[in-house]
Design a protein around this ligand. Structure first.
Ligand code: URA
Ligand code: CA
Length: 433
């Protein structure tokens, strides 16, 4: 049997691992027998040399099996999960979970916290007064059966290999690797009990994958490895050249999600939710095709059924469901500032990462995993790419409970909104498949 050092050597020299070798790497790392420095070296070797699809599938399966496997078989129906590769102001899960559940596809979801300039669904949910993101496994299953939807924190005993490997990747410049991202995402979904997965692969300045070619490579590998492991994985490439919707920040995004469920949300967020929701209903066997599915979703929004499911979900997890009818019950930063254009012109585009960083400065995000966040902080954009602005027009509004952050956040936001002389077309939300 090879030593751990010899296993690192295999990848360093561009060799191919056997399934058994990958199982050992994961098992020995999770048990503590393989120290962080050896895993860090292997991750860098894997980052540079790559893994083929069979190696990636074996790694993914070993990571999925590194802890507790959630058993959702007690919930009738096909369990479809949705995941995004991480974006700025991505409010989709808050909308999709109750929307899809209201149409009869159960949503049993584990979600993560935000780090850096990308937000996390858990932080957004916790900005609803009383909402708890921890449920005992039995209560989680019961809630999905009774209400149709539950969203909880990624439990530390599910896919612990991913949690530990991600922590190392984060500090060793090995995050943007296709096989490592595939292993990370698919292992969590398989351990979480998903039968089928819809993935939002984001492209652009606010995403891990900055170019379309990189995003396409990631999408096709996600689908291929999913298939090797017996899961249907559907990927959609979406533009992260500008933030989705208008709100970036926790309670601000809850507010935006409520508006979208009520049928009055921003056009881009609404459209994205309809497209993803339709794929989920088809995978979940609720609709024969996406056009039938879209009608079901629109109907649920129009009749108020989507918002009813949101209320029932928030109530079941201890939150104040009255926020659905009175968003003033949500915490919103008491100190605000309107950020105004310093010139006239056309909004040519955004540095979406910069917008995320401006929101982070107001207190909406965390730089380190143990930082506190300000649930009511963030920003609302007043403009989108392709719109005309005049000197002095409001580009966006900052919200915070710490007025000392406003100057820096304003400067960061102004830098992130590119105003020029050329009239530009609004970019398409989806990239051609
Ligand atoms: N999202 C994940 O869950 N894992 C990655 O490695 C990258 C994005
Ligand atoms: Ca948003």
């Amino acid at each position: 049997m090879k030593s751990l050092e010899e296993l690192i050597e295999v990848k360093r020299d561009g060799g191919t691992h056997t399934t058994g070798e990958l199982q050992r790497l994961v098992a020995e790392f999770v048990s503590g027998a393989m120290p962080d420095y050896q895993m860090a070296a292997w991750l860098m070797a894997a980052f540079i040399r790559g893994l083929d699809s069979e190696e990636t599938a074996a790694l993914t399966e070993a990571m999925a099996r590194s802890g507790r496997m959630v058993d959702l078989t007690a919930i009738p129906g096909i369990k479809v999960d949705k995941h995004s590769t991480g974006g700025v102001g991505d409010t989709t899960t808050l909308v999709l979970a109750p929307l899809v559940a209201s149409c009869g596809v159960p949503v049993a979801k584990m979600s993560g916290r935000g780090l850096g300039f990308t937000g996390g669904t858990l932080d957004k949910l916790e900005s609803i007064p009383g909402f708890t993101i921890t449920l005992e496994p039995d209560d989680f299953l019961r809630q999905v059966r009774d209400v149709g939807v539950a969203v909880i924190g990624q439990s530390p005993d599910v896919a612990p290999a991913d949690k530990q490997m991600y922590a190392l990747r984060d500090v060793t410049a090995t995050v943007p690797s296709v096989p490592l991202i595939v292993g990370s995402i698919i292992s969590k979904k398989i351990a979480g009990g998903a039968d089928a997965i819809v993935l939002d692969v984001k492209v652009g300045s606010g995403a891990f994958m900055k170019t379309e070619a990189d995003a396409r490579a990631l999408a096709s590998e996600l689908a291929r490895v999913g298939k090797l492991l017996g899961r249907e994985v559907v990927c959609v490439l979406t533009d992260m050249g500008q933030p989705l919707g208008r709100a970036v920040g926790n309670s601000l995004e809850v507010r935006e999600a409520i508006a979208t469920l009520a049928g009055t949300g921003p056009a881009d967020l609404t459209e994205l939710c309809l497209v993803f929701g339709a794929k989920m209903l088809v995978l979940g066997g609720r609709a024969a095709d996406e056009s039938e599915a879209r009608d079901l979703l629109l109907d649920s929004i129009a009749t108020g059924s989507a918002l009813d499911t949101f209320r029932a979900w928030v109530h079941a997890q201890g939150g104040d469901e009255r926020v659905a009818d009175d968003v003033s019950l949500l915490p919103v930063g008491a100190h605000t500032r309107e950020v105004r254009a310093a010139r006239s012109g056309w909004v040519e585009g955004f540095d979406a990462e910069g917008v995320g960083r401006a929101a982070m400065i107001t207190g909406a995000g965390r730089a380190r995993t143990d930082d506190d966040i300000d649930p009511g902080a963030g920003l609302e954009l007043a403009v989108k790419t392709g719109e005309r602005v005049e000197d002095g027009d409001v580009l966006g509004t900052l919200y915070t409970s710490d007025p000392d952050t406003l100057d820096e956040a304003e400067a960061r936001l102004l830098e992130a909104i590119h105003i020029g002389d050329a009239e530009v077309e609004p970019p398409p939300l989806f990239l051609e498949a």
